[in-house]
Write a protein of this length. Structure first.
Length: 531
């Protein structure tokens, strides 16, 4: 690190300013293991204090702004991201080794701007607020903005899940809250470019200073202090279970909402009829899903469960061959590599048999050999916790069960996951097994999938990117899918016998948009309230 290099500024209260830093760091190019030029500050509590004060002031203004202004900001921000797409994508590629095309340029960046525009539409339309009116009792309630929100972004989606650009950010802003973004240390420069465009869009639309703020890195104790501060209303976090649980413990003690997306191994069940029908096709789908993006997806298929027999053995041989021939991709960072190798070692220590040849990590880039491991269902049931260790990267564990009942017992031993998949025959011969397995798997996953791999997460209003613990901290909510993701950053407010002119616009007799759905006298309607 160049000690004479100046630190990049933090964004606080509408201004890029010098950080009250306790240290500094640089992003590392995973392809070369060399640091990039820019130097970023590790903020002290002084930066947090200033950001919290500014966020509190911004919320006082935001809560009285027309939602149209907020919607215009989100759309203007999406436009500005597209105008600066080349620079954003180029730097994201340098910081993460994620390919420019198609991953960043054709997939992740359009997803990011699409989310922002969907959030703008939801803010305008307002049905997500669940406005409820009881004219007889003269009581009305709705979901209102909760207050300043902190967003901790992950390492693997610098744009679409970024702390100042991703789904949590879009949902919090659309709900009417200011955001303090905590960048992921793997891609601070990408986050800075996005925050620059967010700030410009905010200025163009006369949004309050402090609506969008950015800090790059905090010591763990300061992060915990941030999530419990009285000025902060809620936190969105995507990342490792270890760091997420530290924040959750602090937030729970303080009674603060925190929405976590953490580890998931996303079990995939392959029933024998499906393998008899289309073994090679499923092998290709699995290999693509597991190795795409070097396996660094929260929905990566990290556990495959199949029945013993020739169909299963044929499929395993096919997948081993595909894994062995595929080049090993570059991982996001040295810490991801260390965690992946540690997880593989834990699985091997619990009895996992490696089916692919290990390879020494090259000195010139951060990577790990494509890894398949195998274990019997009986061994899995003897050590289910260790064998559910998330191997975040290009690795997966195959579990071979003797029969359907043993497969059910494996299902029953699973912790919560984001997704669970069952492949079955199209002719119906697997239906009895499916009917036995589905209710067990359904209780352990947020999204049940049939006959396709889990990697893709569509930005659909019906999407649930959540699930039982430890996949998330609260299975009631989704991190993807608008408007379903907005209520996380809201609070239920009730108005009892309040005079009509004092009510929020969403609760007045006249429908505020003419098309907002409201629950009036025990029925959903878009009509004005009639007395």
């Amino acid at each position: 690190m160049n000690p004479s290099a100046s630190l990049q500024p933090v964004l606080i209260d509408g201004q890029w300013r010098k950080s009250a830093a306790s240290g500094s760091f640089q992003a590392i190019n995973p392809r070369t293991r060399t640091p990039l030029d820019a130097v970023y500050p590790i903020s002290t509590w002084t930066d947090c204090e200033r950001a919290l004060d500014a966020a509190a002031r911004a919320f006082d203004t935001l809560r009285n702004l027309p939602v149209e202004r907020i919607a215009r900001f989100l759309e203007a921000y999406a436009d500005r991201i597209e105008q600066r797409a080349a620079a954003i994508v180029e730097l994201a590629n340098l910081e993460t080794a994620l390919p420019v095309t198609p991953r960043l340029q054709e997939i992740e960046l359009p997803r990011t701007t699409g989310q922002l525009r969907q959030a703008a539409a939801a803010a305008r339309e307002g049905s997500w607020r669940l406005a409820t009116i009881d004219t007889r009792a003269n009581i009305r309630s709705y979901l209102a903005p909760i207050g300043p929100v902190a967003v901790f972004g992950p390492n693997n989606f610098p744009l679409a899940f970024g702390s100042v650009s991703g789904g949590d950010f879009a949902a919090a802003i659309a709900a009417g809250n200011p955001v303090i973004g905590k960048a992921n240390s793997s891609h601070p420069g990408t986050t800075r470019l996005l925050a620059e465009e967010a700030q410009r869009a905010a200025e163009e639309n006369d949004m309050p200073p402090g609506m969008v703020q950015l800090l790059y890195r905090l010591p763990h104790e300061e992060g915990e202090r941030l999530v419990i501060d009285p000025r902060l209303a809620a936190t969105g976090y995507t990342g490792s279970r270890q760091a997420g649980l530290r924040l959750k413990r602090a937030a729970d003690v303080a009674g603060k909402p925190i929405f976590l997306e953490m580890s998931s191994i996303n079990p995939v069940v392959l029933l024998p009829g499906a393998l008899e029908e289309r073994s090679a096709e499923i092998a290709a789908e699995f290999t693509t899903s597991c190795l795409m993006g070097t396996g660094q997806f929260c929905t990566n298929p990290g556990l495959v469960i199949l029945l013993a027999g020739e169909a299963g053995e044929r499929w395993i041989r096919e997948v081993v061959d595909r894994f062995s021939q595929a080049p090993a991709g570059t991982l996001l960072s040295a810490s991801v590599q260390e965690s992946l190798l540690s997880a593989i070692k834990i699985i091997e220590s619990a009895g996992g048999q490696r089916l692919t040849e290990p390879a020494g990590a090259p000195d010139d880039r951060v990577c790990c050999a494509n890894t398949l491991l195998r274990i019997s269902a009986g061994q899995f049931l003897a050590q289910p916790a260790a064998l559910q260790t998330e191997a975040f990267g290009n690795a997966s564990l195959l579990v071979v069960a003797a029969n359907v009942e043993q497969l059910v017992r494996v299902m029953e031993s699973l912790a919560g996951n984001l997704t669970g998949t069952i492949y079955s025959a199209t002719g119906g011969q697997d239906d009895p097994a499916y009917d036995r397995l589905e209710p067990v798997l359904r209780r352990r996953v947020g999204r049940l999938i049939n006959d396709k791999m889990p990697t893709g997460v569509a930005v659909s209003p019906a999407m649930n990117h959540g699930g039982p613990y430890p996949a998330t901290g609260n299975s009631l909510f989704t991190a993807v899918g608008i408007p379903a993701s907005l209520p996380r950053f809201s609070t239920l407010q009730c108005f009892d016998n309040v005079r009509p002119q004092r009510l929020p616009r969403w609760l007045r007799d006249k429908n505020p948009t003419g098309r907002t759905w409201r629950y009036v006298d025990r029925g959903w309607t878009q009509a004005d309230v009639s007395r």
